[in-house]
Design a protein around this ligand. Structure first.
Ligand code: DX5
Ligand code: ZN
Length: 218
């Protein structure tokens, strides 16, 4: 499967956001990962639709919105209007995940389903046919710059096997602690979309992206 790098702008310099996104785009970022935090599902509050509207005006990159918010059903439409190409929601954050999937699909955009590290990977199995992408969190959601949880590798493998058995080649995204040391292990386990925040935006953005891409294109 084609490996894709998704820089998470949570680690960008917000005073230079346009420049940072442009550098990432020019260096070959495949999509842009937009983390939304509500201070309830996760401790901090990040940014929302108004920032996405500005980002949308300045890039043609595919924008992947990661909603770390309670009851995402209420917000998916406004994020679509603000420019999301794909919306990922957390299975743990909603009472009726199928309703959220239907709402996202009805908006004409792609749908991702995420799980936290403490949710059994089997919880995704009833939804195998419902998502364009599954997100296996490789840290506890909420903050950039955390250490990759090695226990995620078995979870990625299990999901990849299960998808293959079902005849599906759905994207598996990993998010948290992806860097030069961890990206290849995640890829070997079966992930193919790699979110990277600090590993992209700390230091030389273009060099970081080239290096990460190189590591998974072998
Ligand atoms: C964390 C966010 C991530 C975060 C990743 O909850 O979902 O997207 O930006 O940051 P790094 O790559 O630094 O772990
Ligand atoms: Zn994220």
């Amino acid at each position: 499967m084609t490996a894709k790098i998704a820089p998470s702008i949570l680690s960008a310099d917000f005073m230079q956001l346009g420049r940072d996104i442009r550098l990432a785009e020019e260096a070959g970022a495949d999509l842009l990962h937009f983390d939304v935090m509500d201070g309830k599902f996760v401790p901090e509050i990040s940014y929302g639709e108004p920032v996405l509207r500005s980002v949308r005006k300045h890039t043609d990159l595919f924008v992947d919105v990661h909603l770390m918010i309670e009851e995402p059903l209420l917000n998916v439409e406004s994020f679509k209007k603000a420019g999301a190409d794909l919306i990922t929601f957390h299975l743990e954050a909603c009472r009726d995940p199928k309703r959220v999937v239907t709402r996202i699909r009805d908006l004409g955009i792609k749908c991702g389903i995420a799980i936290r590290p403490d949710t059994p990977v089997e919880a995704l199995y009833p939804f195998l046919h419902d998502a364009d992408m599954f997100l296996i969190m490789t840290v506890y959601p909420g903050f950039g710059g955390q250490l990759f949880m090695e226990s995620s590798l078995d979870r990625i493998r299990s999901l990849r096997n299960r998808l293959t058995e079902a005849g599906l080649d759905t994207d598996i995204q990993t998010d948290g602690g992806i860097n030069r040391e961890t990206i290849q292990r995640a890829a070997k386990a079966g992930a193919n979309v790699f979110v990277a925040g600090s590993a992209v935006f700390k230091g030389d953005i273009a060099a970081n992206i080239y290096e990460l891409k190189e590591l998974v294109s072998l």
